[in-house]
Design a protein around this ligand. Structure first.
Ligand SMILES: [Zn+2]
Length: 95
């Protein structure tokens, strides 16, 4: 079974930081002008550019409790000791 749960509280309500390809949109000022006049932004919704990826080393955080770690810490395939024992205990008090 593949999945991720918080190793502290057992919640499956998680956030993960992903790396995403974005279109670099640049507007250059007049030739010879101050480079500070150049403008740029990133467009993540541009067709092929929106592919994103993450792996077991990506930062992951629980939305139920304050626990933060990397995705590998949350993987069900290798739960830390006691992870399932605390599942369903409810929302722990904020630290
Ligand atoms: Zn949690």
């Amino acid at each position: 079974m593949v999945g991720w749960r918080c190793p502290k509280c057992g919640s499956a309500d998680l956030d993960v930081r992903v790396s995403v390809w974005a279109r670099l949109d640049q507007t250059f000022g007049a030739l010879g002008a101050d480079p500070k006049e150049n403008e740029f932004s990133t467009l993540v919704d541009e067709g092929r550019c929106s592919d994103h990826e993450w792996d077991e080393g990506s930062p992951m955080s629980c939305r139920t409790c304050p626990y933060e770690g990397v995705a590998g810490d949350f993987a069900l395939s290798s739960p830390p000791d006691g992870a399932l024992a605390v599942a369903g205990r409810g929302i722990p008090e904020k630290e």
